[in-house]
Design a protein around this ligand. Structure first.
Ligand code: 9PG
Length: 539
């Protein structure tokens, strides 16, 4: 059996070819297996898309995420019930001598698991060209290995030129879908004195997911709103989820042949949101590609030059496509069409996006789940064993564990809160979000100026204007900011799976929350609550 040789350690392995490089080894093979000579104590689990859990975990697989109906929208559904610790494209383990072993794919449609004292990697489909199924293996310190892997990925997938600090106001985390032209116009006036580069309109402007025209709450249309933003000297930003469809959309009804289906012809489930099941477009269908291209040109024509494309994972779900190709390759093909159509002068933020297949095509990428004005949720994290629902802790955990991506793409940690009204976060928790934004050099908030007390308004102003400090990573979760210590450790723990009575409650609410009628009622209650929030905030 061939071996990998590192100072003081040898690993037996199974693969097709081995090449020594200064950073470790390059391997080829549809399947590779590296035997671990030492006991190991943790596994680096890398989530599939922006919101999927990324963390150093123990050696047991994470409990299945609930409710089941949400899995396709939050994790890679192919591995949702996988019996071993596993992750998308890469995996790493810390050995008992303190060193890290990393196995990372240098191609798409690949996965890594830890099983029976070995790290195993595989590509999901056989390739005609063995050379395209390549892997990087390194053993050493965490920062050097993740740095090496990122460099190799950059050579393969490309890297866009570094972008300057983004200072973004985004409508989502204050108004959610309750936006309208009149309120936004007033807010844009109120934001006047604050140095934002971008004012970004999020979800809530469209007729439906799939029907990307202004709804009646935007009577003068999206071009006129972009015009208003640009008149203030800022870039206009817009949110869309172009690869997703809801059944109530016209596009879904008019183009049954565009929908991603399984081999029995049933639409592939893409999650549940907005009170409806979600489905995906097949990005190998020429009609879909022409439609995506036209959509991006329309959005550019309206005047938007900061484009947040969300729920992108939909394009990479497994299914039987018009052209038979691996799912992530099919997604990347679609993303390339979107990128070319929007033009290189747009700032493109990819969200809900499968990570590797988006590299080189977007300017920025969300690398964590959504934040919320609460630290954690017992119901979601413990009872539903769901570490991806919106919360500050969930967002920080996954984002900090993905900071190695920052050399490849501008990383978006999501928004920061300054308001104390209707916010359960402590000052220290809010400060953590602010520090993470400085590390990422992506400074965004959704706070409404009128909801900020005097000192909070000043803190926001300072956050937008201070130069980026000198930042040094001193440990896995610790940093030095111009000599000030910053520690994210309190966001890292994962809840223990429920036991006893909590297990019963977990099974019950897991089942309930997977019933479309329950989710519909929940959505209606949320909309009613939202209306109250809006009335409170804007009057
Ligand atoms: C708009 C939002 C914001 C936010 C995005 C994304 O149902 N879900 O599983 C679900 C996941 C994420 C999510 C919304 C719903 O948030 O990250 O910034 O743009 O969409 O709908």
């Amino acid at each position: 059996m061939p071996t990998l040789n590192f100072p003081g350690k040898q690993f037996k392995l199974d693969c097709e070819t081995i090449t020594r490089i200064p950073e470790g080894y390059l391997l080829t093979g549809k399947n590779v297996l590296i035997e671990l000579p030492l006991a190991c104590n943790s596994f680096y689990q890398h989530g599939w898309q922006s919101w999927s859990l990324t963390a150093w975990t123990g050696l047991r697989p994470q409990p299945a995420l609930k409710p089941a109906i949400m899995r396709p929208g939050l994790t890679d559904p192919v591995y949702a019930l996988h019996p071993f610790p596993n992750g998308s494209w890469l995996g790493a383990t810390s050995l008992e001598d303190g060193s890290i072993l990393l196995l990372g794919a240098l191609g798409l449609d690949s996965h890594v698991q830890m099983r029976q004292g070995a790290l195993q990697g595989w590509f999901e489909t056989a390739s005609g060209v063995a050379e395209s199924q390549r892997w990087y293996v390194g053993c050493g310190t965490e920062s050097e290995l993740f740095g090496n892997y990122a460099r190799l990925l950059g050579e393969i997938f490309g890297q866009l030129p570094a972008r300057s600090t983004q200072r973004v106001w985004c409508s989502w985390y204050s108004l959610y879908t309750a936006i309208d032209e009149h309120s936004l116009t007033n807010i844009f006036d109120d934001l006047h004195g604050l140095p934002f580069d971008v004012l970004q309109i999020d979800d809530g402007w469209q007729v439906a997911i799939g029907d990307w025209q202004a709804n009646p709450k935007f009577p003068t249309g999206m071009a006129s709103l972009a015009e208003k933003i640009k008149a203030t000297g800022r870039k206009a930003g817009l949110w869309l989820a172009p690869l997703l469809l809801v059944p109530s959309s016209r596009t879904y009804r008019d183009h049954p042949d565009w929908i991603l289906r399984d081999d029995r012809g049933r639409p592939v489930p893409a999650g549940f949101n907005w009170g409806e099941p979600l489905f995906a477009l097949d990005t190998t269908h020429p009609g879909v590609l022409a439609w995506l291209e036209a959509l991006m040109k329309t959005v550019r024509g309206w005047g938007y030059s900061y484009i947040k494309l969300d729920f992108l994972y939909a394009g990479a779900l497994p299914g039987k496509r018009h052209i038979d190709m691996p799912r992530e390759a099919a997604y990347r093909h679609g993303l390339n069409v979107l990128r070319l159509a929007m033009g290189s002068d747009v700032y493109f933020l990819a969200c809900g996006a499968p990570i590797l297949p988006s590299l080189g095509l977007c300017d920025a990428m969300r690398i964590g789940t959504d934040v919320a004005a609460e630290w954690e949720s017992y119901r979601d994290e413990v009872l539903l064993t769901n570490p991806t629902t919106p919360s500050a802790k969930n967002a920080i955990r996954t984002c900090v564990n993905r900071l190695w991506l920052a050399s490849l793409v501008h990383v978006d940690p999501d928004v920061v809160y300054f308001r104390s009204a209707h916010n359960q976060l402590t000052t220290a928790q809010k400060a953590m979000l602010q520090d993470l934004a400085l590390i990422c050099d992506f400074r965004a908030t959704s706070d409404l100026p009128q909801s900020l007390a005097g000192a909070e308004h000043q803190a926001l102003e300072r956050f937008l204007t201070i130069p980026r400090p000198n930042i040094l990573r001193s440990g896995r979760y610790t940093f030095e900011f111009d000599g000030r210590s910053v520690d994210f450790s309190t966001a890292m723990s994962l809840p223990l799976p429920p036991t006893g009575a909590a297990l019963l409650v977990s099974a019950l609410i897991g089942w309930l929350a997977s019933q479309p009628f329950v989710l519909k009622i929940y959505d209606q209650l949320n909309l009613a609550a939202l209306k109250r929030i809006k009335d409170r905030n804007l009057t």
